[in-house]
Ligand binder design. Structure first.
Ligand SMILES: [Zn+2]
Length: 188
């Protein structure tokens, strides 16, 4: 049902029935149906495997303003490419949103939160595109590893710094040896 566009009659029927749908999307499904996410590298990693996957809960109901609404709850993860080291990493997604489904732009002036609304196209409403829009807007503009240890560029940089620090410390180590030797000299 949700793999293609639903028209306004179907939306009203779903809302009237308080329909609840749950979809499980794995990386294969993501590559097939969430093209824009797939283009971000969400369906593949360097090794060719992807851990992308999420569960989408859709609950339809009639909203207080007289229009059908859908509550979208989505949890899971997508693989993104770190903009610093260009390696894939898992980004957790956990979002909840409520959208009012309108059949024309004019209706948006009649609701309190026009930004939380989707307008049905002539061909109907493509729920998965709506969901993909929500996921995309939840992603960071420049995805990067949160943890320094996991980011190759940063951990390499840290390693270099540590090595440099090691070199800088060496004269002090030598100094203590020298002092020991010096001490011996003085006693003898
Ligand atoms: Zn990184």
């Amino acid at each position: 049902m949700l793999s293609e566009c639903i028209d306004s009659v179907e939306v009203r029927a779903l809302a009237a029935a308080n329909e609840h749908r749950q979809l499980h999307v794995d990386s294969t499904g993501l590559a097939k149906r969430f093209k824009r996410l797939a283009e971000l590298g969400a369906a593949r990693t360097v090794s060719g495997e992807s851990s992308s996957g999420f569960v989408i809960d859709l609950r339809f109901e009639n909203g207080e303003e007289g229009y059908p609404c859908v509550d979208i709850a989505l949890a899971g993860q997508v693989d993104l490419e770190c903009q610093r080291c260009l390696k894939p990493f898992e980004f957790s997604i956990d979002l909840e949103t409520r959208l009012t489904i309108l059949s024309s732009d004019e209706q948006s002036s009649q609701i309190a939160k026009p930004f939380d609304a989707v307008v049905m196209m002539d061909e109907g409403l493509d729920m998965l595109t709506v969901v993909e829009d929500e996921i995309l807007s939840a992603l960071p503009i420049a995805p990067i590893h949160e943890s320094v240890e996991n980011c190759t560029v940063l951990s390499d940089g840290l390693l270099k710094l540590k090595n440099q620090a090691g070199k800088l410390n060496r004269p002090f180590a030598n100094l203590s040896t020298l002092m020991d030797e010096g001490g011996k000299d003085r006693i003898e």
